[in-house]
Design a protein around this ligand. Structure first.
Ligand SMILES: C[S@@+](CC[C@H](N)C(=O)[O-])C[C@H]1O[C@@H](n2cnc3c(N)ncnc32)[C@H](O)[C@@H]1O
Length: 301
């Protein structure tokens, strides 16, 4: 895949709070934040493909307290918010360990009226627990910078086919261009739905399996822990940005967002503090033929 012609895209080895030194304020249409979740453990890399071997430590996710974690997170969310364009959106990816407190935090940073909803992502890799329902999903909170964020709800990545029974029962009419449709009248207003547009996928996403949900492992698996699937990031990027938009990922990890942004013809800036993360992203971008600049942050800048 050779999607980029110029190296306008950027990878920075830096703390997420430094990203403002590399991105013009108000220029990004998407910020995707997949920070440490407060799991209270260190994550090792998978070094041998297919094996459960514990490789070198990728990153530490232990915290002195919930308050310390939230203070750390809030500082970095506020930096990302300032990078957003007036139509920009921030996705915060967490799980039940801290997402409820983070919702309150984001309401404070963005204003509660900028909350656009949440996506429940079901990675499909099991959820064992002896003391409760287990953790079978993760949550993505959506916040907009302004009142009119980009939302491409009709993008094919946000649609699923109507059920076969619904297609045969309801989509019985054909318009002059040959498209099958149905009309629904709600409160006196007629809404037209086309069979070929499919239905909106809604807020529970079960069709983007995580790396470990697949045996044998998916080809995109890098061995980096907590790597998210490209399909998930592709959907996020297409839903909330346009071709040529800038996508930022302050916690780039293995670089899923950057690879997905390049493939969708968006520009990107990503950062991560970890040595293994940066090495993984670089290998991945190089393998994908994506041109980019790399900078190691220096406090003297
Ligand atoms: C959950 S992982 C991100 C995974 C990534 N979305 C992917 O698909 O591979 C979180 C990442 O945050 C990084 N990180 C932790 N603290 C950071 C900080 N202060 N600034 C930047 N990155 C940080 C870790 O090194 C780790 O790679």
């Amino acid at each position: 895949m050779r999607t980029r012609r110029t190296a306008t895209d950027l990878l920075v080895r830096a703390d997420a709070r430094e990203l403002g030194a590399y991105v013009t304020a108000g220029s990004a249409d998407v910020a995707y934040l997949d920070p440490p979740f407060k799991v209270e453990k260190s994550f090792g890399a998978r070094v041998v493909k297919g094996a459960r071997a514990r490789g070198p430590i990728a990153y530490d996710d232990t915290w002195p307290s919930l308050e310390a974690y939230l203070a750390w997170l809030e500082e970095r969310i506020a930096v990302a918010r300032d990078l957003l364009s007036p139509r920009g959106t921030l996705w915060l990816h967490l799980d039940s360990r801290a997402v409820h407190e983070a919702k309150v935090l984001c309401d404070r940073v963005f204003g509660a009226r900028r909350f656009r909803g949440e996506v429940i992502w079901v990675p499909g890799n099991g959820s064992k627990s002896k003391s409760g329902p287990g953790m079978g999903h993760q949550t993505l909170l959506l916040y907009a910078r302004g009142a009119d964020p980009i939302w491409n709800g009709k993008d094919p990545s946000m649609r699923a086919p109507f059920a076969a029974t619904s297609q045969s029962m309801h989509f019985t009419r054909t318009d002059e261009s040959g498209r099958r449709y149905r009309d629904r009248i709600v409160s006196g207003k007629t809404y037209r739905y086309y069979a070929d547009e499919g239905r909106a996928i809604g807020s529970v996403w079960t069709d983007c399996p995580a790396m470990t949900a697949n045996t044998p492992l998916m080809a995109e698996t890098t061995g980096y822990p907590t790597q998210k699937p490209v399909k998930l990031l592709d959907r996020i990027i297409r839903a909330t940005s346009d071709v040529g938009s800038l996508v930022v990922d302050p916690f780039a990890g293995s670089g899923t967002t950057l690879v997905a942004a390049a493939a969708a013809k968006r520009n990107f800036v990503g950062s991560d503090m970890g040595e293994l993360a940066i090495a993984t992203v670089r290998t991945r971008l190089d393998a994908a033929g994506v041109a980019y600049r790399f900078v190691a942050h220096s406090a003297k800048r």
